[in-house]
Design a protein around this ligand. Sequence first.
Ligand code: DX5
Ligand code: ZN
Length: 227
Amino acid sequence: MNFDRSIKIAPSILSADFANFGKEIEAVESQGADWIHVDVMDGHFVPNITFGPPLCAAIRPHIKTVMDIHLMISNVDDYINNFAKAGADIITAHIEAGNHSHRTMQAIRSSGCKAGIALNPSTPAESIEYLLDEIDLICVMTVNPGFGGQKFIHSQIAKIKALREMIADRPIHLEVDGGITNHTAPLSAEAGANILVAGSSVFKNGSVQNPNPYGENLRSLRLSCEV
Ligand code: DX5
Ligand code: ZN
């Protein structure tokens, strides 16, 4: 994966039809998705349960772009290799999920994946200052993790700006996740985010049988960042 800081949209399959992941991924990629964002939840770190490594391995052959796995799980170190084997390109762990994030980032890179660190809304930007040499992506949660379709938390814009400054010219992606719409995408992009995770705003109005709305939603998100 070559590094570039252009705006990329990563649809979250949390908003896709769970009985049809393979076809949903193919539909959204053929409509212009840049990455596929996979939300893993364990019912402990967040109050919701989604899926684990076997599901990730099953959908991997359907992903032609980048498999961006967001782990919202406790005891994350125990599962890194399983998600790497399932075919992840990027594995993101939460800084709040363990006491040894530095080691976790190193373990993710050793597994052959790019390493991402995610910050809950209440976690300050400074918390990742000493991880900058160990990471390839920072994910700013703009909602409290656990569910799709929540409202963007505007206080996170200042955090995005602070992190963008901290990153300087390092090859680190700055991702935003949660409540991304045509209104909040431009605010995030302007603040310095370059990866926009979007679930409900990409998958709304469309389906595998009727994928054109996915393309319209992706185009209008992209366009909203250009003004
Ligand atoms: C929230 C997840 C997000 C979520 C985004 O815990 O990490 O990826 O699916 O969904 P929307 O775009 O609907 O807020
Ligand atoms: Zn996510």
